[in-house]
Design a protein around this ligand. Structure first.
Ligand SMILES: [Zn+2]
Ligand SMILES: [Zn+2]
Length: 755
């Protein structure tokens, strides 16, 4: 397997990186994953064979396996790495179905992905004369087209939002399509997790009950990134037993995995290292000059923009055009131009955000650079999987950011090379979200109890329009669908206009407060603007060109106010709280050196929402710890508890937030809050409270047994800490957990035995 031409005479990436001018021993470690040049193909003799023959395809083993399972009437999920040919496993059955007057419905998490797949599927279908039967059906579909598509289309590509708001409520108009539904295709299934997954689980079950009502028995064909529990996750989303195909038998490019540690800053640096952005910029400069096709994944939009700007320091004027930024918030035209430019080779290096993590087709890539650990293994491997062209070796390079979490992985690269990916979580019967969908489902078609759609614990609320009569659920109003917010975000959109009134981008409300306040420097595709005015009423941010040598960064404070306490359990309070975040000031930072020049106060509205929380008081045991260590003990214990919650409650770490108050203003007590990071709450912290003693003792055991010296991602470091993992004390946290547990054991006499 060859190395890309860009490496010249160097036999591998590592040697090439070491030869770069200015290299300072940054390679902390590297591993090599050999290629599988051929892949394992098998003869497949089933009912899809004529189609495969028509396209002259001999399937790889995993593709054949999926096709055989589908043919046998099983529900299937293919969970293999990026670019392993997953789409074939649903494209071929789809073409077969269309040819037999059946229909197929495709679900994608974004419109962009649906449009991407539309072109590919139509391309395949053309030779069969079936391409006219395939279309997208989403918010962009003109109203005039919609009825024609309902009548004539046989394969529709849509998203969960459209299914919820635009298809299911009007299912009688869809009777023809639904009664012939052969396949329900769920692509990028791993994207439906957490709160979004919980909504999608309900929406899919609603779709299935309607399809069954019209006499169809659709089969599921799902495709997913590598996750720990594909079959379980598919079941959670659909309620149907699904067989997982997880072994990728396709060819695989050889891959070098390099861990990159920024060098120490020489002048009186006190052990400080150069920033990950500066390192990435230097590398990007070299990648552009060498013509190495690559993506630099950043963990925020700002860092993707800054990276482009910093890279300019290493490039001549005529080389700058080869490097572009790609992120959410650009207009779709701009994104399309960049995608095409990269595909055609006019652009060779992209600085990007997770917007490129899902499968938008941008052609082959040699190298992927991760500017900082992306927060989960699933995400890391998704990003890494973007690199690897057939017949050519690929590079994944992880630059450690200045964060204890990154530092930890740098010292334990084996955790990444061997570590398992995470489980995806979705809870169809979530106490807050499920009842909203039961209302929708009942409005669509009354639900007999025997259907099993409604959770057993759900009781009719006398104040609600959802009622139960003779073991059947009815909804007495119209269109409850609008009360459900599928994406969990919403609110006003802010349009970005330049001095001439031309739209240059869009933003959601909260991002606008953070990044588009007046005085903010806004970066877009390497251009910098100064925000002259943010008019929240009109929803417009006005931008002017900015030439000074600084950018801006906001600082924020999160506060929790208790609204009411519902009840207490094991000394833990459960109730409603108001979580408010306020962007209090912004700092001006010099580009590149990132020194702070100035700080200005901001006067912006708070972003606040009401949610459910649990909180507890550690005043009974606080004296077991020196007073100066209490804040960092509480903060660390809060992190450990949040990190462990998914072991007890079906949720994801990112869905839960926490704040610790050594002195809570309202009562002067030391309180730890853990809350559902979602307006209205989703029942996570409440469910955690019911197992609090077990949860706390698990936290204590983890703090006691974790082999690390003073904290690691397993015990106290969090990928989403608002304080950048500062002020954490593992040993004090262990003492605090022990004392608290002993105290609760004494009072409640139920705690598990301490060891
Ligand atoms: Zn540890
Ligand atoms: Zn924290």
């Amino acid at each position: 397997m060859s190395v890309p031409e860009a490496l010249g005479f160097h036999p591998n990436y590592t040697a090439w990186l070491k030869s770069l001018e200015g290299y300072e021993e940054q390679i902390a470690s590297f591993s090599f994953f050999p290629a599988r040049t051929k892949g394992e193909k098998v003869e497949y003799e089933g009912k899809f064979k004529p189609l495969l023959d028509h396209f002259k395809i001999t399937p790889y083993k995993h593709q054949a396996e999926a096709l055989m399972l589908t043919e046998a009437g099983q529900h299937v999920v293919v969970a293999t790495p990026t670019a392993s040919g997953k789409s074939l496993t649903y494209q071929i059955p789809t073409l077969h179905a269309l040819d037999h007057d059946k229909t197929a419905l495709y679900l994608f998490p974004t419109k962009a992905l649906a449009h991407d797949q539309l072109d590919k599927l139509k391309g395949l279908a053309k030779s069969q004369g079936l391409d006219e039967l395939i279309s997208t059906y989403d918010g962009d579909t003109p109203t005039t087209e919609r009825s024609r598509l309902r009548e004539q289309a046989r394969c529709l590509l849509t998203n969960p939002d459209m299914l919820h708001y635009g298809i299911l409520p009007y299912h009688d108009k869809w009777a023809g399509f639904l009664s012939r539904l052969e396949y329900l295709v769920i692509d990028e299934m791993h994207a439906y997790r957490g709160v979004m997954g919980t909504h999608v689980a309900n929406i899919l079950r609603r779709l299935l009950r309607l399809a069954w009502h019209y006499g169809a028995k659709p089969q599921i064909i799902a495709a997913s990134a590598t996750i720990a529990n594909p079959s379980e996750h598919a079941f959670n989303l659909t309620g149907l037993e699904t067989v997982a195909v997880t072994e990728d038998a396709g060819p695989r490019a050889a891959r070098e995995l390099v861990f990159w540690q920024p060098p120490l800053v020489s002048e009186k640096g006190e052990g400080r290292r150069r920033s990950a952005n500066t390192e990435a910029a230097w590398l990007a400069g070299h990648f552009v000059k060498a013509g190495l096709k690559s993506i630099f994944f950043c963990n925020s939009r700002k860092s993707a923009e800054l990276l482009k700007r910093y890279s300019m320091n290493y490039l001549e004027n005529d080389q700058e055009k080869y490097l572009q930024t790609y992120r959410a918030g650009y207009t779709s035209e701009d994104r399309r131009i960049i995608e095409t430019g990269f595909k055609q080779g006019d652009i060779t290096v992209l600085t990007a955000t997770s917007a490129l993590e899902l499968g938008v087709d941008i052609g082959g890539v040699d190298a992927v650079v991760l500017v900082g650990y992306p927060g989960s293994m699933t995400s890391l491997w998704q990003r890494a999987g973007r690199a690897g062209r057939s017949g050519s070796r690929a590079l994944t390079l992880l630059i450690a950011a200045d964060d204890p979490l990154d530092e930890y992985y740098l010292n334990h690269p084996d955790l990444i090379t061997e570590s398992k990916v995470e489980k995806a979580v979705a809870d169809a019967f979530n106490t807050e979200i499920h009842p909203l969908h039961v209302a929708c489902a009942a409005a669509e078609k009354p639900i007999p109890e025997s259907e099993g759609y409604v959770a057993k614990w759900l009781e009719p609320d006398p104040n609600s329009k959802l009622v139960k009569r003779n073991s059947k659920w009815f909804y007495l109003g119209k269109y409850p669908h609008k009360q459900v917010n599928v994406r969990g975000t919403g609110g006003k959109r802010i349009v970005l206009k330049d001095g001439f009134g031309k739209t240059v981008g869009i933003s959601d409300f909260e991002t606008a407060l953070r990044e588009l306040h007046s005085g903010a420097v806004y970066l877009s595709q390497g251009d910098t603007f100064l925000v002259a005015k943010l008019d929240l009423e009109a929803g417009v941010a006005t931008l002017l060109p900015h030439i000074e040598d600084y950018y801006t960064q906001t600082r924020s404070m999160t506060d929790i106010e208790v609204i009411d306490t519902e009840f207490q359990l094991y000394g833990v309070n459960i109730g409603r709280v108001r979580v408010s975040t306020e962007y209090t000031s912004f700092v001006k930072k010099r580009y590149f050196r990132e020194t702070i020049l100035d700080e200005r106060l901001l006067d912006l509205p708070q972003v606040a929402y009401t949610t459910q929380a649990m909180w507890f008081d550690v005043s009974e045991v606080k004296f077991s710890i020196p007073p100066q260590d209490l804040p960092s003990a509480m903060h660390a214990l809060e992190h450990t508890l949040i990190g462990l919650l998914p072991a007890f409650v079906l949720c994801e770490r990112a869905d839960v937030g926490g704040v610790s108050y050594p002195i809570y203003p309202a009562n002067g007590q030391p309180l730890i809050f853990i809350y559902d990071g979602y307006p209205g709450g989703v029942g996570y912290s409440r469910a955690g409270t019911t197992v609090f003693l077990d949860w706390l003792s698990a936290a204590y055991e983890l703090l006691k047994d974790c082999p690390c010296k003073s904290g690691c991602p397993r015990c106290i470091l969090s990928p989403k800490c608002g304080n950048g993992n500062q002020y954490l004390d593992k040993h004090a946290a262990k003492t605090l957990a022990y004392e608290l547990l002993s105290y609760l054991k004494q009072v409640y006499g139920k705690a598990r035995a301490l060891n």
